[in-house]
Design a binder for this molecule. Structure first.
Ligand code: SAM
Length: 296
């Protein structure tokens, strides 16, 4: 029986050949990356597991992922998985693939929530809203990592919301997140939150054509298109946030590094105080933060 078993090395060699025929310049690397996503493992998993006999179902999943990758799909869609802050999320064409830059936005909010709990230990933990939740990456990370009383996550896309709910359920965060369908902060209705966090669409409509083909052809336009100046959704969120944020509450938005100054000006114009721009892990200005006035 063992002789007939397919080892991982054998399956990945088949994958490498298909990927090479499809024109991938580094087919061995592609095959290894796909495998690590499929098993939610480290990049080295393809090497450390190479002598392992693999099940027919894993062999079929590798084959299916390779077929999608050969057709040009982004790796994460081909494997159906992405890792965000160590949390493995299901992803497909209904949602943006969460990016490492956004992990930094979450980090800032985790630090803010921890600081707030330290300064006011008797106060209830903060309630946070994640606007345009997509895969649920931000909302789920905050629910699992930050001292929050809960998260409200909104999106207009029903497909994104259903995948985000699936992810929250799989990762054990479902009970701490209220998912609501609607535009930006409108679904908050009567709720008052302590922080508004968002990675809104921020590419200008004119830049869409020059995006990498994998992004342009496969990721949802609704997640990317920020309108003529790329700041349409940022402006809407900033305008609405004053209505739903508690006095002194935080707004924390991701932005395009080329427009961080303009995004900060949007927050100032909307009446936020202590507006600042922070860098991402690559040293690019990426996050704009502000506070709602205590007496505003
Ligand atoms: C850049 S993606 C961010 C997704 C996820 N938060 C992340 O960081 O990976 C923007 C998200 O905003 C959603 N979106 C676009 N327009 C919206 C609107 N008017 N109201 C709520 N969500 C919206 C899109 O469907 C998409 O999921």
């Amino acid at each position: 029986v063992l002789d007939l078993a397919v080892t991982l090395a054998g399956a990945l060699d088949g994958a490498r050949r298909s990927l090479a025929e499809a024109g991938w310049a580094e087919p061995r690397l592609e095959a290894a990356e796909l495998y690590s996503l499929l098993v939610c493992g480290p990049a080295s998993a393809a090497w450390s597991d190479r002598e392992r006999a693999i099940s027919p179902s894993l062999a079929a999943r590798i084959e299916a992922a390779v077929r999608l990758r050969c057709a040009g799909q982004p790796r994460q869609y081909a494997a159906g998985r992405a890792c965000f802050r160590g949390h493995w999320l299901r992803v497909d064409g209904r949602v943006l693939i969460p990016r490492p830059e956004t992990e930094g936005l979450v980090e800032l909010v985790v630090e803010w929530a921890a600081g707030r709990c330290r300064e006011a230990p008797a106060a209830p933990p903060p309630l946070v809203a994640d606007i345009g939740t997509g895969s649920g990456a931000i909302a789920i990370s905050l629910a699992l990592e930050a001292p929050v009383s809960g998260v409200i996550a909104t999106d207009t896309s029903p497909g994104a919301l259903s995948l985000a709910i699936e992810n929250a359920t799989l990762l054990g965060a479902r009970e701490r997140i209220g998912f609501r369908r609607g535009s930006f902060l409108e679904p908050l209705l009567e709720d008052v939150v302590d922080a508004v966090v968002s990675n809104p669409p921020y590419i200008t409509s004119g830049e869409l054509d020059s995006l990498d083909r994998e992004v342009r052809d496969f990721e949802p336009l609704l997640a990317l298109d920020g309108g003529p100046d790329g700041l349409g959704p940022t402006r809407r969120i900033a305008e609405q946030a004053g209505r739903f944020l508690a006095p002194g509450g935080l707004i924390a938005l991701e932005t395009d590094s080329r427009r961080a100054g303009a995004a900060a000006a949007v927050l100032t114009h909307a009446g936020f105080e202590q507006v600042e721009v922070r860098d991402d892990l690559y040293g690019r200005p990426r996050y704009v933060l502000g506070r709602r006035a205590e007496n505003g």
